[in-house]
Design a protein around this ligand. Structure first.
Ligand SMILES: [Zn+2]
Length: 272
């Protein structure tokens, strides 16, 4: 039985499955080392607060009720029956290091509860990656880290999704992820760490520079996980959704997923 000591979720905003059309050596390495899927479904509507909310709270938007407007102005209720994975992990590990490095500040403000004792940092992607790497080097007690890199979505809105302009932002994001992966490797956390790389939605489905619809270009996402117990170079189990990420994190860290979560552990992802 391979033991997982900590989990890193590295989120790329608005990258859909377009990572396949860009040069992404760091993501390619994770794919070789782990399981990957390019037919994974995100939540509806395909908007950041709803989709990151579903990833972090393990339920669909009709349960967590997060919207872009709400997460900018309100904090997430501490008494919600749908706690974030951070709150669940905090209950199991009162003293462990938990951190969220999010380029899009509303994730730290309105999606992750204020009570979960999460170290929260928001800054631009390049600086954020270096700050996350520094945190990894300084916190051997790190249990769960979430990172959100925003450049792919910003470029999608500006140049169109799955265009050369977005592909170069995707390549820059891959390099930023590389800064984080290097730190993980350098401190020896690669051997007992689970690394998940994922996006929240695609874009260009109904409009070249927008997202939000149920069109497959908006709705289909990449999902990659590498770590102990995951077969190198394998495919993720069929039917995986963004919500299931929360169940994967719970299983990896040996904590019980709340019965209120809709997240299901994808059968066969971990060989046990
Ligand atoms: Zn967007």
């Amino acid at each position: 039985m391979n033991h997982i000591e900590r989990v890193f979720i590295i989120g790329w905003d608005g990258a859909g499955t377009f990572v396949r059309n860009a040069d992404t050596p760091n993501l390619d390495r994770l794919m070789r080392d782990g399981a990957s899927g390019f037919d994974v479904q995100t939540a509806s509507p395909t908007i950041s607060a709803q989709c990151w909310g579903t990833l972090l709270h393990g339920v669909e938007p009709d349960k967590h009720l997060l919207t872009n407007e709400k997460v900018s102005s309100e904090t997430y209720p501490d008494d919600s029956p749908y706690p974030s994975v951070f709150r669940v992990v905090r209950d199991a590990y009162p003293d462990a290091g938990l951190a969220s490095f999010s380029a899009w500040y509303p994730i730290n403000h309105g999606i992750i509860e204020t009570t979960s004792g999460v170290h929260k940092v928001s800054m631009k992607d390049g600086d954020l990656a270096h700050a996350a790497a520094a945190y990894i080097r300084e916190h051997p007690d790190l249990k769960l880290m979430f990172v959100q890199l925003d450049l792919p979505d910003a470029a999608g809105h500006r140049y169109g999704y799955d265009t050369p302009g977005q592909h170069s932002a995707i390549e820059e994001t891959d390099a930023n992820m590389g800064v984080i992966l290097n730190a993980i490797e350098e401190v020896g956390m690669l051997g007992d760490g689970l690394i998940i790389a994922v996006t929240d939605h695609g874009g260009g489905g109904e409009h070249p520079t927008r997202h939000g619809s149920d069109h497959p270009l908006d709705k289909t996402i990449f999902w990659v996980a590498a770590g102990p117990g995951i077969e190198p170079g394998s495919a993720v189990p069929a039917g995986l959704t963004i919500a299931d990420t929360a169940a994967v994190v719970a299983r990896a860290l040996g904590v019980t997923a709340p019965p209120s979560w809709e997240a299901k552990l994808p059968q066969g992802l971990f060989a046990d």
